[in-house]
Design a protein around this ligand. Structure first.
Ligand SMILES: [Zn+2]
Length: 853
């Protein structure tokens, strides 16, 4: 029985040390492995038996370990009887029964022990429970009896075998009773020690459990902390990003350093530049002061001189004329008092003339020097990079001086050609800069003085910076050489084509004036406006400017646009700050054979503050141009067809080329002669406008011999020659030749001045009595001549000026704030102005007073 209980304890202890997953049954926490077997049997035998009774797996293990077979039925019944018998004895409480059957009891105990041992490991729960119960009852039997009855060596043997074997055991009487008692006492001591140890162990266990709880709490807390720390720790990507950010920060720092270094360097450079600029400005200011002083001095000088040289020249001419006259008279006189008086007078006049010549030569050296060298350099400059350069090189350039008006606004004043056709001159000023647009002569002037624009003195009284020439006609450009003689610093701005035409035009004007001067020399007062030297100087002053490009002169910016009319004709747009004035010059908005129609630049010219527009034909409407040409050509064809000649006196520049081209195109079989100024001008047209004029039957008259020959031999065809108003040129000899011929014709085309022979001829043609004899007075080289007029005389317009409708169209298209009419007749302008104001809502301004924005 004890072996069963001990084996049970051993198995339970084994289970306790096993991993829970491999453990066959439940571990018992109450069992302490260190307990000795005596303690186990004495104190925990019942508990072990109870474990066996409640756990069939445990029983099977013990059974297998000890090789104990299950009880037979008989043994089970005997066991049952034993249990019941023990219960009865217990219930009777009969004390003497125990003593009476001590021996039988002994036997019973031995047998019972064997039975109990078998029952404890029996597969059946009830049997095991009975065994445990019986063991519990036996425990109440005194220890000595029990111990005596425990033949440990035989207990196993008793359980072996299938049959019931009575365990008799060795005789208990052979055991030394006192030794047993000692053993029991020792066991009890051990039991007490074990109990104490158990208590201590339990206390320690409690402490350990408390510690374990604390540790578990710590573990839990640490785990939580670890999780938090893990969550807080950056990921690999974040670490990479942090690394990148750190690198970027380093780069940024480096870049900042470089930027600050650059800034520092730039500041240093800019400081240096500022200092240099300041120094330059100071130098410029000093230079300007000096220049202004010089200019003031010059102007004072000029004021003092007035037009002394002009008067002196005039006087000189007068003297020369008088001397020549006296000398001529002297030639035939005998030596008498009259002769000696005249000789005395001649000598006095010669002395006076020499004196004047000396005065002229020594007129203020400073003025002479300035006139030769030109005034100090200054601010005429080209404004845009795409334009022609060269103004100012070698020519006196001029910057507005301190004496001039410092008003920045535009000021426009008509100095000539306002209410007449001829002597055009428009003064444009701003910020001290002064420009004259056109400087023309008045046709049929009876003296050089009256040929100038009436108010030209206003332009000459101050310094002019530039003259802009709109086109080559004399009424716009003829006065330029004279003007430049007074204003040598000024440059002439015009289109390249006009620049090509002007020398020829000026040379012709000079020739005509020289002729007139020679004719009038006898009167002693008429000197030409200019000579070869002035024309040459004017040619040198030319600074061509192509259409659309801009040039700045002081405070003004100049741009030219195509005005149609004739080769090179330009309208001018002049700007000063925000203000603009547009000056059309002569303008024609229909195409011709030699030039196209005017090209108004909307961006440049539209919406200007002032439009100064010509008004030659503001009172009339041109007939349909194609119809006019048809009539004109038809009339020529008629005359020529009958074997006659047609003389067409035409302006040498423009009209002559237009008529020649008409002939070449529409009457190619008719012989055409181009004579006078028209010839070289046509050659310039061929060159500059890429036209072919002298082809087919159109022929030039090369020289006077050729002309004389032709006058005799040329009987049928057309002669185109200058001047257009029969006031001079080769038109006069040709008219002398042709007018008396009834088979021939003279066709007037173009504007005729009221005083001109051309106008007189027109009046003659429209006289009340066509049958009355007609004569015309013509100015020839030898004086006035009268010729009879038998030839057919007709007038064709063929104008190259815009008419009333054309002008209205141009004004509408340019939409200026204000319009000023020039280059027309006063009464006609007045009527057109009223029409513009009333019918078209345009604002117009008078041309006889200065305009300022
Ligand atoms: Zn013109």
């Amino acid at each position: 029985m004890n072996r069963v209980l001990l084996a049970t304890a051993v198995i339970l202890n084994e289970w306790r040390s096993m991993h829970p997953a491999r453990r066959p049954g439940a571990a018992r926490s109450w069992l302490v492995p260190s307990w000795p077997s005596g303690l186990l049997l004495s104190c925990h035998g019942g508990r072990l038996a109870a474990e066996l009774a409640g756990d069939h797996i445990l029983r099977a293990h013990v059974r297998a370990r000890l090789g104990v077979a299950a009880l037979s039925r008989v043994d089970v019944d005997a066991l049952d009887a034993q249990v019941r018998g023990m219960d009865l004895r217990e219930g009777s409480g009969d004390g003497k029964g125990a003593a009476e059957s001590a021996e039988a009891q002994q036997v019973d105990v031995n047998v019972t022990r064997a039975l109990i041992a078998g029952a404890l490991v029996d597969p059946a729960d009830t049997t095991a429970a009975m065994g445990a119960r019986l063991l519990g009852l036996l425990a109440e039997i005194p220890d000595s009896d029990l111990v005596q009855s425990l033949p440990l060596d035989h207990a196993g043997a008793a359980a072996q075998g299938a049959g019931r074997q009575r365990i008799d055991g060795p005789s208990s009487g052979q055991q030394d009773q006192s030794g047993l008692r000692q053993d029991v006492a020792q066991l009890r001591r051990q039991a007490r020690i074990s109990a104490a140890e158990l208590r201590r162990t339990q206390t320690e266990l409690t402490k350990a459990q408390a510690l374990a709880d604390t540790l578990r709490g710590d573990v839990k807390r640490l785990t939580a902390e670890r999780d938090v720390a893990r969550a807080a720790a950056p990921s690999r990507r974040q670490r990479q990003q942090l690394k990148d950010a750190a690198r970027l920060a380093a780069d940024l720092k480096k870049a900042r350093k470089q930027v600050s270094q650059l800034l520092h360097e730039r500041e240093t450079v800019s400081r240096r530049h500022e200092e240099e600029t300041r120094a330059l400005r100071n130098a410029v200011a000093k230079a300007e002061t000096k220049r202004d002083q010089a200019v003031d001095a010059r102007h004072r000088l000029e004021e003092r001189l007035g037009d002394l040289p002009g008067r002196a020249h005039y006087l000189q001419n007068l003297l020369k004329g008088r001397i020549a006259h006296l000398e001529a008279n002297l030639a035939g006189l005998p030596p008498n008092r009259t002769r000696s008086r005249m000789e005395r007078e001649i000598s006095q006049l010669c002395g006076l003339s020499e004196h004047i010549a000396r005065v002229l030569q020594t007129t203020d050296p400073q003025l002479q020097a300035e006139l030769v060298a030109g005034p100090p350099a200054g601010g005429m400059a080209d404004s845009s990079s795409n334009e022609d350069h060269g103004i100012g090189s070698g020519v006196g350039v001029y910057r507005p001086a301190a004496h001039a008006s410092t008003d920045r606004g535009l000021r426009v004043e008509i100095l000539g050609g306002g209410n007449e056709i001829g002597g055009s001159a428009v003064l444009v000023e701003a910020g001290g800069t002064r420009i004259l647009v056109d400087a023309g002569v008045r046709p049929n002037a009876d003296s050089p003085r009256s040929a100038a624009p009436p108010l030209i003195a206003k332009a000459i009284e101050g310094r002019l910076d530039a003259v802009v020439v709109t086109h080559g006609h004399n009424d716009h450009a003829g006065f330029v050489p004279k003007l430049l003689d007074d204003q040598r610093q000024a440059v002439t701005i015009c289109t390249p084509a006009t620049a090509a035409l002007l020398p020829t035009m000026w040379a012709d004007a000079r020739r005509v004036m020289a002729q007139q001067a020679d004719d009038a020399a006898a009167y002693g007062w008429l000197a030409p406006l200019y000579g070869e030297a002035e024309v040459e100087a004017a040619e040198k002053s030319m600074r061509p400017l192509t259409y659309g490009r801009s040039r700045t002169v002081g405070a003004l910016t100049i741009q030219l646009f195509d005005a149609g009319h004739i080769l090179g004709a330009a309208g001018v747009v002049i700007r000063a700050g925000d203000e603009r004035v547009v000056i059309t010059g002569d303008i024609f908005n229909l195409p011709q054979l030699s030039v196209g129609a005017a090209q108004l630049p909307p961006k440049l010219a539209r919406g200007a503050d002032l439009l100064v527009i010509e008004s030659t034909y503001c009172h009339s409407r041109h007939r349909d141009r194609a119809g006019q040409i048809q009539d004109f050509v038809g009339a020529i064809a008629e005359v020529v067809g009958r074997g006659g000649r047609v003389l067409i006196p035409a302006f040498g520049l423009g009209r002559a080329q237009e008529v020649a081209l008409m002939m070449r195109e529409q009457l190619p079989d008719v012989r055409v002669l181009v004579d006078g100024l028209a010839r070289p001008i046509s050659e310039i047209y061929e060159r500059e406008a890429n036209l072919s004029i002298f082809t087919g039957r159109v022929q030039r008259v090369s020289n006077s011999r050729h002309r004389s020959r032709l006058m005799r031999s040329f009987h049928s065809g057309v002669v185109i020659t200058t001047s257009g108003m029969l006031s001079g040129g080769f038109a006069v000899p040709w008219a002398q030749e042709i007018l008396p011929d009834p088979h021939s014709a003279l066709f007037v085309c173009g504007y005729q001045d009221e005083e001109s022979p051309g106008r007189a001829l027109q009046r003659l043609a429209t006289r009340d009595d066509p049958a009355a004899p007609a004569t015309l007075t013509l100015p020839t080289e030898t004086g006035l001549t009268t010729v009879s007029v038998a030839a057919r005389v007709e007038t064709y317009s063929l104008s190259a000026h815009a008419d009333r409708d054309g002008l209205s169209e141009i004004i509408s298209e340019l939409a200026p704030a204000q319009t000023m009419l020039v280059h027309g007749l006063g009464r006609e302008q007045k009527e057109f102005r009223e029409t513009l104001e009333r019918a078209r809502g345009q604002r117009t301004v008078r041309n006889d007073r200065p305009w300022s924005g």
